[in-house]
Each structure stands twice: as C-alpha cells, then as structure tokens.
Design a protein around this ligand. Structure first.
Ligand SMILES: Nc1ncnc2c1ncn2[C@@H]1O[C@H](COP(=O)(O)OP(=O)(O)O)[C@@H](O)[C@H]1O
Ligand SMILES: [Mg+2]
Length: 236
C-alpha cells in the first residue's frame, strides 16, 4: 500500500540566490528537490559554504526560495501570507543553532517561555510548560539561572528546551554541537534522539562532523548548492 499522505516538508526545484552588493550573484541552493516525511532523522553534511544553512532556513520557513517551491503538508508555502507563514513556523518548527542564541538578560525559564508568547499561551501555562521542558533536558533547579551562569552544554540544553516550547513537528538543528566538547556533544545528541523518539518528531541535523551525522538514519550530502547524495539506512 502506498502512503498517500504528503511529506511533512518538501522542496521542489528550490533555488536561493543572493545578490551580494555586486553584479555577481551567489547561488546558495540550486534547484533542490527534497521530501522529508514525518518522523525521519536526517543529517545534512557538506563543506562550509555548500548551502546547508540556506537549505535549513527554507525548510524551516525562515527564508523563501528565489525560484521553485516549498510545501508544508502538500501546501505551497508561497501562497501563505507573511503572518500565516510566521505562525506556521512558530507552531511547527523548533530551531537549534550552533551559538544557542539565548537572550542574555532572560533566565533559562524565560528563554524557554519566549516562543510561547506570540501564540498567546497564558503566563501560568507558559511557566508550567517551560519548567517541565527544563526538567526534561536535565536542568531542573536551574530555572532562574542566566545564560552566563550556565556551561556551554547547559546553554545548548536550554536552547533544545526552547525549541520544543510549542511542540513542533520538526526540529531543525544547525551545527548544534559545533561549539561543544565531545562529552557535551554526546549529551546533546542523546537528548535530541530521546526527544525525537518520545515525541515522534522529525529531526534535521546539519553538521560537518561525520560522527554526529552517523546518528541519523538518512544522510544528505551537499556540494555547491546541490544535494549530491541521499542515502537511507534500511532496517529497523
Ligand atoms: N545573506 C547572504 N548574503 C550573501 N550570500 C550569502 C548569504 N548567506 C549565505 N550566503 C552564501 O551562500 C552560500 C551558502 O551559504 P550557507 O548556506 O550559509 O552554507 P553552509 O551553511 O553550508 O556553510 C555561501 O557561498 C555563502 O557565502
Ligand atoms: Mg551553515
């Protein structure tokens, strides 16, 4: 039987060109076709500048293709208003970045609460959910800590909790372990795998570390704006 459901996210001939202040444009992504079904764990590897972040930004609705299409649940995202797209991103996507991007003036708890605010989640519910998430990432008791009082590994765990705040269907991680030592790298990967499993979420993980990529079940390799390899591991 064929699964008739459309993939969670799909790129169809998606290109992204940048006009960088000179007549020469940089083509960061070249007519990429990619379907990500719900529940997959995908790694994206490739040298610096090959278009990994650009790809992730298109998948996560942070950016739009200059040609081609992005579809969410079969629906072209280009047909949404900016407001609809922003809401879809807030609800549907959790981003985890290499440099964490926690707000330094907010506590761990407040950082995790932040993405719930624009969706109008009541304060008490925000606090409850944020504490629960901090517990889930192993930071119970550190709710009131500010980012500068946390280690790099702890900061990244806060960032994972923040990415989960609105219970997104897909987690997009852009070199999330790039600034961490090997112990913390392992801890964050274990955490991401557990979260993915417990919430049956989709995970796309950009990395140039082959050991990190090895955790995924589907491996994309990029060169020069194109996906040059797309390998799925078989078995259970
Ligand atoms: N905002 C931008 N303006 C101009 N060029 C950009 C911009 N963002 C990325 N690029 C260029 O697009 C290409 C792909 O970048 P990126 O997606 O960040 O690669 P990666 O994440 O694999 O290192 C690079 O040549 C980069 O210099
Ligand atoms: Mg990048």
């Amino acid at each position: 039987m064929n699964d008739a459901r459309p993939p969670l996210v799909e790129l169809a001939g998606a290109s992204r060109a940048y006009v960088a202040g000179s007549p020469e444009q940089v083509v960061a992504l070249r007519a990429v076709d990619l379907a990500i079904p719900s529940g997959e764990f995908v790694s994206v590897e490739g040298p610096s500048g090959c278009g990994k972040t650009t790809l992730l930004n298109l998948v996560g609705l942070l950016d739009s293709p200059t040609s081609g299409e992005v579809r969410w649940g079969g629906r072209p995202v280009g047909s949404l208003s900016d407001r609809e797209r922003a809401r879809l991103r807030l609800r549907g996507v959790g981003f985890i970045f290499q440099r964490f991007y926690l707000l330094p003036t907010l506590t761990a708890l407040e950082n995790v609460e932040l993405p719930m605010r624009p969706l109008g989640v009541p304060r008490a519910e925000r606090t409850r959910r944020a504490s629960e998430l901090l517990g889930e990432v192993g930071l119970a008791g550190r709710e009131r800590a500010f980012p500068h009082q946390l280690s790099g590994g702890e900061e990244q765990r806060v960032a994972v909790a923040r990415a989960l705040a609105n219970r997104p269907g897909i987690l997009l991680a852009d070199e999330p372990t790039g600034e961490l030592d090997s112990g913390n790298t392992r801890a964050i990967l274990d955490l991401l795998e557990r979260v993915r499993h417990d919430r049956s979420a989709t995970l796309v993980l950009v990395t140039h570390n082959p050991e990190v990529a090895a955790r995924a079940r589907r491996h994309l390799t990029m060169r020069d704006g194109s996906i040059v390899r797309d390998a799925r591991e078989t078995g259970t």
